[in-house]
Design a protein around this ligand. Structure first.
Ligand code: SF4
Length: 293
C-alpha cells in the first residue's frame, strides 16, 4: 500500500494539491437518465469546499483554490478535481471545454474526474484516453460496494458488473482508475466489505479511497435510519479504524490509498459524530495498523 502523497511525488517530483472544481454537471441518478432522487445517502453539499462555487468559471474556481491552499506549503503543481455530481455526464464538447480550460490554468498538471461507473460511453472514454496522452488524468469511480443488494437498497441504479466493466475499460485505455468505497453501507458486515476489497484488488485499480458511511441530515437515508427501516453500522472511531486496518492489509502492496475517512461539516452529519480532527483519527488508525502487523 502506498500513500497518495508518495504516489504524487513519484509522478511529479513533489507535493501536488488537488483543487475541487464544480463543472456544473448533474447526475444521471437525479435527472431521470437512470433514476430520480439520487442515492439515499447523497448530499453533495457535504463535500464542497468553501472556495468552490458552481457559478464561477473553472478558471475562477482553480484560482480561488490556489489562494485557499497558498498557506499550506510549497507544491509542484495542482490537480483539478471535478468532484461534484457526475463528472462525465455531459456532451463530449462540453466536457472538453471544461477539462481543457482547467489544463491551461497556470500550475495545473492534470485532472481527477469523479464519475459513476455507468457514465462512460465510448465517445467519452475515447476523449479521456486522448486527453491522458497530453496530461495526467485519473478517473475516480463511485463503486461503493460489490454487493448488488446494497446498491439496490441505497438506490445507486447501477450494479457491480457495470463497475467491474468500467474499471476494465478504463485500464484498457491506460487511464489510471481510482475507486471510491463506502464502509458500513446499510446491511453490510465486515465480511461483505472484505469481499468488496478483494474484488477491487483483483482488478486493474491504481488507487482506492474509503470513507465511513455518513448519515447526513435531510437525506432519505437519515429518514430511514431514524424510522428504523434501515440499519447502518454504528462504529466508534476506534472500531472503524480497526475495520480500516483489517481491510487495508488485504490490498496489493502497490495499491495507492488516498484516504480512509471523510469529514463532512459536523452540523450536516446525523451519524457518526466522532468529533475528531483528521490527525487525531490518523493516530488511532496507525495504532490499529500496528496491531495488525
Ligand atoms: S451518483 Fe453520486 S451525485 Fe449522483 S446521487 Fe449518487 S452519490 Fe449523489
Amino acid at each position: 500500500m502506498r500513500s497518495f502523497s508518495h504516489y504524487m511525488t513519484e509522478l511529479f517530483g513533489g507535493r501536488v494539491q488537488k483543487i475541487a472544481v464544480d463543472g456544473g454537471f448533474t447526475c444521471p441518478n437525479r435527472d431521470g437518465t437512470v433514476g430520480r432522487g439520487g442515492c439515499t445517502y447523497c448530499d453533495n453539499r457535504a463535500f464542497v469546499p468553501s472556495y468552490c462555487h458552481r457559478t464561477d468559471s473553472v478558471t475562477e474556481q482553480l484560482q480561488a483554490g490556489k489562494q485557499f491552499f497558498a498557506s499550506k506549503g510549497d507544491v509542484v503543481g495542482y490537480l483539478a478535481y471535478f468532484q461534484a455530481f457526475t463528472g462525465t455526464h455531459d456532451d463530449v464538447s462540453r466536457l472538453e471545454a471544461r477539462f481543457e480550460e482547467a489544463l491551461i490554468v497556470d500550475g495545473v498538471l492534470g485532472l481527477v474526474i469523479a464519475t459513476r461507473p455507468d457514465c462512460l460511453p465510448g465517445n467519452v472514454l475515447d476523449y479521456i484516453a486522448d486527453l491522458q496522452r497530453r496530461a495526467y488524468v485519473m478517473v475516480e469511480l463511485g463503486v461503493e460496494t460489490m454487493h448488488d443488494r446494497t446498491l439496490q437498497l441505497v438506490n445507486r441504479c447501477h450494479d457491480w458488473a457495470t463497475s467491474a466493466d468500467a474499471i476494465e475499460r478504463l485500464a484498457a485505455c491506460r487511464i489510471p482508475v481510482g475507486v471510491h468505497l463506502i464502509l458500513g453501507m446499510p446491511g453490510e458486515t465486515v465480511a461483505d466489505m472484505e469481499l468488496t476489497v478483494d474484488a477491487i484488488s483483483a482488478l486493474p485499480v491504481s488507487m482506492v479511497k474509503f470513507h465511513q458511511m455518513q448519515v447526513l441530515k435531510g437525506t432519505l437515508l437519515a429518514q430511514q435510519v431514524t424510522a428504523r427501516q434501515v440499519a447502518v453500522q454504528r462504529w466508534t472511531a476506534q472500531e472503524y479504524a480497526a475495520v480500516c486496518a483489517r481491510l487495508l492489509r488485504r490490498l496489493p502492496s502497490d495499491m495507492v490509498v488516498e484516504r480512509v475517512v471523510a469529514q463532512s461539516p459536523s452540523g450536516m452529519v446525523l451519524l457518526p459524530q466522532w468529533g475528531l480532527k483528521p490527525a487525531e483519527f490518523q493516530t488511532i488508525l496507525e495504532k490499529e495498523i500496528e496491531q495488525y502487523n
